[in-house]
Design a protein around this ligand. Structure first.
Ligand code: SF4
Ligand code: SF4
Length: 226
């Protein structure tokens, strides 16, 4: 049986959820964080009172991993947005042949190099954190590439495609600038195809989708006979 997740009433105000939260990073205001919203509601605020904050969440799921109280924060914030009448936020629905699955392919791993910046799709990564963090750690060691992981090994999301970005409550360009800051790379590899167009606008380096690294069955046959 899975571990029972708690609710916002159990928030004890440790502030750990602020560390990986892109919403908090952009606002630098604790009210734009799970902690701020939880504490406001513990003090009697309603969903309508925190509508602006809840609608600014991009549902990357990093706070779910960080919270020591095991509160299901991102799904609670999504519910809050719905209760408050905001548009539905992004839901994590991965196709079967997703970036994670493709990155497990040994042929694909051969095509990832030390000067690549590899952009993990953040929401599915956080939703399956324990398994995937091990996979990406070994992939990073094996290939030498850099990844969009922060010091806590949370994936820094682009926010592209989120309802908050569509409603201009989250600044994608600022987020990508933060993601690329201080990183040296010759090529960007993305797992989420939606990230390609905007990333191409923000860098003069080539941007490819990981599915492009998949050799065809024909090519695999050729490689195997070499
Ligand atoms: S899901 Fe992401 S953006 Fe939303 S509150 Fe959590 S860390 Fe912040
Ligand atoms: S990490 Fe969890 S317990 Fe700590 S402040 Fe955030 S919501 Fe509250």
């Amino acid at each position: 049986m899975g571990i029972q997740r708690k609710t916002y009433t159990d928030c004890q105000g440790c502030s750990l959820c602020l560390l990986p939260c892109p919403m908090w990073q952009q606002h630098r205001d604790v009210m734009f964080s799970p902690q701020g919203i939880a504490k406001a509601m513990q003090s009697g605020a309603t969903a309508t009172d925190v509508q602006e904050q809840a609608a600014s969440c991009i549902h990357c799921g990093a706070c779910d991993v960080m919270c020591p109280e095991n509160i299901a924060l991102s799904s609670w914030l999504e519910e809050l947005s719905e209760v408050a009448g905001s548009a539905l936020n992004q839901v994590v629905k991965e196709p079967k042949l997703n970036g994670f699955v493709i990155s497990c392919d040994s042929w694909v791993q051969e095509g990832i190099h030390a000067d690549d910046l590899y952009i993990i799709d953040a929401a599915p990564f956080h939703a399956d954190y324990k398994r995937r963090v091990e996979h990406y750690t070994s992939l990073r060691i094996k290939t030498g590439c850099s990844m969009n992981l922060d010091l806590n090994r949370m994936a820094i999301p682009t926010g592209i495609g989120s309802e908050a970005a569509k409603q201009e409550k989250f600044n994608v360009c600022e987020q990508i600038q933060w993601l690329m800051q201080g990183r040296e790379f010759a090529r960007v590899i993305v797992e989420n195809h939606d990230d390609m167009e905007v990333l191409r606008e923000r860098t003069d380096k080539p941007v490819v989708c990981i599915s492009e690294l998949l050799p065809s069955l024909h090519e695999r046959g050729e490689y195997a006979t070499r």
